[in-house]
Write a protein that binds this ligand. Structure first.
Ligand code: PEP
Length: 246
């Protein structure tokens, strides 16, 4: 039985005061029966590290550079994230692919850099509405995952995968449990062909997961947790999803 992971993606939200309240609300609700993490904006990593020290709630970043160091103004290396005590880094979120033109290869390079520094990449894959309507869901998610599997080689079993249909992110239009499970099953099959660890790997669902739909999604056999955007910004909602996963 795989242990579930619920990871919050705060996106570009937060302030010192709001974060303090949110993190206190999460830690006060422990223990959880699942792995729990928050992926916070880079300037707040040290705040998260201090607030979560000594708890089993993990923290991570929302992106990283594929480069180790150098003249890359504005970028943050995985070694820097590791110094902040990050356990996770999200790579290939659809907002990065869409607004920053991140390619499958760049996402794969970032995932590889993360693993090399001891961070677990949460690799996002997902189709747009147009791609789903054109019957291209399988093609798209397999292509996105394949680039990362290829780059990671024998370490592919160490990533976390997040299936995030783009049309469900921040829209309130959640995938049905059957739609999500179908894609998770084919991602698991793809992982099985690449690594002997596929059965143990966590494949998260992300896209308008909320307290009222989490349980039914998390009950699907290949859904091993959630990557949570909007609902990770309110402690009560995030904690309710963690409880549904536990
Ligand atoms: C996300 O941004 O990863 C996400 C899943 O957002 P939301 O939960 O708001 O749809």
């Amino acid at each position: 039985m795989r242990r579930k992971l619920v990871a919050g993606n705060w996106k570009m939200h937060g302030s010192h005061a709001a974060n303090a309240e949110l993190l206190a609300g999460i830690t006060a609700a422990r223990p959880f029966g699942c792995d729990v993490a928050v992926c916070v904006p880079t300037p707040y990593l040290s705040q998260a590290a201090v607030a979560l020290a000594g708890s089993d709630v993990r923290w991570g970043a929302q992106d990283c550079s594929a480069h180790a160091q150098g003249a890359y103004t504005g970028e943050v290396s995985v070694a820097m994230l590791a110094e902040f005590g990050c356990r996770y880094v999200i790579v290939g979120h659809s907002e990065r692919r869409q607004y920053h033109a991140e390619t499958d290869q760049l996402v794969a390079d970032k995932a590889k850099a993360a693993l090399a520094s001891g961070l677990t990449p949460i690799v996002c894959v997902g189709e747009t509405l147009a791609q789903r309507e054109a019957g291209e869901t399988e093609l798209v998610v397999k292509r996105q995952l394949s680039a990362v599997i290829h780059a990671l080689g024998h370490c592919a079993g160490e990533m976390v995968v997040a299936y995030e249909p783009v049309w469900a992110i921040g829209t309130g239009q959640v995938a049905t449990p059957e739609q999500a499970q179908a894609v998770h099953a084919l991602l698991r099959a793809q992982l099985k062909a690449a690594t002997p660890h596929a059965e143990a790997m966590q494949i998260l669902y992300g896209g308008s997961m909320k307290p009222d739909n989490a349980a039914v999604l998390l009950a699907q056999p290949d859904i091993d947790g959630g990557l949570i955007g909007g609902a990770s910004l309110k402690a009560a909602d995030f904690v309710a999803i963690c409880r549904a996963a536990g």
